[in-house]
Design a protein around this ligand. Structure first.
Ligand code: CMC
Length: 396
C-alpha cells in the first residue's frame, strides 16, 4: 500500500476541478465565478449570487425576476413535513432538526428525482434554496414554542426569513404595518452572500462525496449540513459567541490568548485561523465593518463586540498568532451581527447553512453535468496487525 499518498485532512489533494469559486489564500482573494466577493457583497441580492453560483453568469432583470418567483414559490413546505417538527423535543438543537428535516425532503420528491435529467436537477436545487429558510425558521419557532409562520410571496428572500422567524414577536422586524427594518435585511443579505460558497470546504466536499455515489441531492445536502455543524467549520460562529461570553471582560483576554497558545491545552481561539487564508480572510474584513454599522444603527453597545476587537488586537500582536498566520476568519464577527439582529446563538450555524445551500447545490449541479464522475473512495495506509489466526474463544 506504499504507493498511496498519506494526506490526512486533504491538505495537498485537489479532489475535483471546479469553475465556481476561486480562493487565493496568500493574498486574501475570494471570487465567485470570477467576481470579487467585495463587489458582490456591495451590489447584489443574495438570490442574484445564488443564481450566479448555479448558472455561472449573473442574471439579467428578467432572469432574476423569474428565479426569485420560483424560489418564493418553492418556499412553502408540505404540511406533513411541517408536522415532523412536533416529533422533536423543544430543546433539540436547530441544526439537529435541520439535518433530519432536509434529509426527509427526499421522501417527498422521490417520484421526480431522476438525477440524469437536467430539468429535474435544477428544480431540486432551487427547491432546496427556497425551502431552507422555511425549515430553518420552523426549527427556531418550534424551539421557542411559537406557531409556524408560513412563507410570503410578497417579501424578498431575507425579509421572508426574518418574517418567518420573528413575526408577531419582535418589534425590531415587523411593526403593525408589517414594516421590516431594511438595515437588518441589508446586513442579512450581506452575510448570506459572504457565506454562500467557499470551494472545497469540509461540508461541500461532503456533499460531493455523497453525490459521487449517485445519492439523491436532498440526502447529499443533509450530509453537508451534518459536516457544517462541527466547531472547526460552521459551528465556529456559535462557538465564538460562547467563547466571548466565557472570556467575559477585556481584562481576561491575555489569559485566554495564553491558553490558546498552550500546546497542552486543547483550547483554540474560535473564529481564528483558516486552512487556506494565511494572510487575512476577506470576508472577515467586510463583516467587521458591517458589525460597526449594524451596532451603530441599532444603537447597540454590545460589550461582546468590544471584547472581540480586544481579542483580535491582542492576538494580531502576538508572536504565536503571527508565526502561525492565524487571523480572524468569517465566523469571528458574524455572530455579533446575528445577535444584533435578534438571532439566537444556537441558530448561527443554521444561518450559515441557509446561505451555503446555494454553494452546495451549485457544486452538486456542476458535478452532475460532468460526463462521468468516479465514486469518491480514498484509500488508507493500514497500520493494524498483520494477518494472524484466530484462537477459540475459551483460549483467548
Ligand atoms: N487557536 C490557536 N491555535 C490555533 C488555531 C486557533 N484558532 N488554529 C490553528 N492553531 C494552531 C494549531 O494548534 C496548530 O499548531 P501546531 O502547528 O503547533 O500544531 C497550527 O495552528 C495549525 O493548525 P491546524 O489545525 O493544523 O490548521 P488547519 O489548517 O488544519 O485548521 C482551522 C484550520 C480553521 C480548523 C483551525 O485554524 C481552527 O481550528 N480554528 C478555530 C475554529 C474556527 O474558527 N473554524 C472556522 C473556520 S472558517 C469558516 C468555516 O470553515 O466554516
Amino acid at each position: 500500500l506504499g504507493c498511496f499518498t498519506h494526506d490526512p485532512g486533504f491538505v495537498a489533494t485537489a479532489s475535483c476541478t471546479s469553475k465556481i469559486t476561486y480562493i487565493d489564500g496568500d493574498n486574501g482573494i475570494l471570487l465567485y465565478r470570477g467576481y470579487p466577493i467585495e463587489q458582490l457583497a456591495e451590489h447584489c441580492e443574495f438570490t442574484e449570487v445564488a443564481y450566479l453560483l448555479m448558472h455561472g453568469e449573473l442574471p439579467n432583470e428578467r432572469e432574476l425576476l423569474d428565479f426569485d418567483l420560483e424560489i418564493s414559490d418553492r418556499a412553502i413546505i408540505h404540511e406533513s413535513l411541517r408536522k415532523f417538527f412536533d416529533g422533536f423535543h423543544y430543546d433539540a438543537h436547530p441544526m439537529a432538526m435541520l439535518v433530519g428535516v432536509v434529509g426527509s425532503l427526499s421522501a417527498f420528491y422521490h417520484s421526480e428525482m431522476n438525477i440524469k435529467d437536467p430539468v429535474q436537477r435544477l428544480r431540486a436545487a432551487t427547491r432546496m434554496i427556497g425551502k431552507m429558510p422555511t425549515i430553518a425558521a420552523a426549527s427556531y419557532r418550534h424551539s421557542v414554542g411559537r406557531p409556524f409562520v408560513y412563507p410570503r410571496m410578497d417579501l424578498n428572500y431575507c425579509e421572508n426569513f426574518l418574517n418567518m422567524m420573528f413575526s408577531r414577536s419582535s418589534q425590531n422586524y415587523i411593526d403593525q404595518d408589517h414594516y421590516i427594518d431594511q438595515d437588518f435585511v441589508k446586513a442579512l443579505n450581506l452575510l448570506f452572500i459572504l457565506h454562500a460558497d467557499h470551494e472545497q470546504n469540509a461540508s461541500t466536499s461532503t456533499v460531493r462525496l455523497a453525490a459521487s455515489t449517485g445519492a439523491n441531492p436532498y440526502a447529499c445536502v443533509a450530509a453537508g449540513i451534518a459536516a457544517l455543524w462541527g466547531p472547526a467549520h460552521g459551528g465556529a460562529n456559535e462557538a465564538v459567541l460562547n467563547m466571548l461570553a466565557e472570556i467575559g471582560s477585556v481584562d481576561n483576554v491575555p489569559k485566554y490568548i495564553a491558553k490558546a497558545k498552550d500546546s497542552e491545552d486543547p483550547f483554540r481561539l474560535m473564529g481564528f485561523g483558516h486552512r487556506v487564508y494565511k494572510n487575512f480572510d476577506p470576508r472577515a474584513t467586510i463583516i467587521r465593518k458591517t458589525c460597526h454599522e449594524v451596532l451603530s444603527k441599532t444603537q447597540t453597545n454590545d460589550p461582546l463586540f468590544e471584547l472581540a476587537l480586544a481579542v483580535e488586537e491582542h492576538a494580531l500582536k502576538d508572536e504565536y498568532f503571527i508565526e502561525k498566520k492565524l487571523y480572524p476568519n468569517v465566523d469571528f464577527y458574524s455572530g455579533i451581527i446575528y445577535k444584533a439582529l435578534g438571532i439566537p446563538v444556537d441558530m448561527f450555524t443554521v444561518m450559515f447553512a441557509i446561505a451555503r445551500t446555494s454553494g452546495w447545490v451549485a457544486h452538486w449541479l456542476e458535478m452532475m453535468e460532468e460526463a462521468s464522475t468516479p465514486i469518491s473512495r480514498p484509500r488508507q495506509l493500514y497500520v493494524g496487525p498483520a494477518q494472524r489466526d484466530l484462537a477459540a474463544i475459551k483460549n483467548r
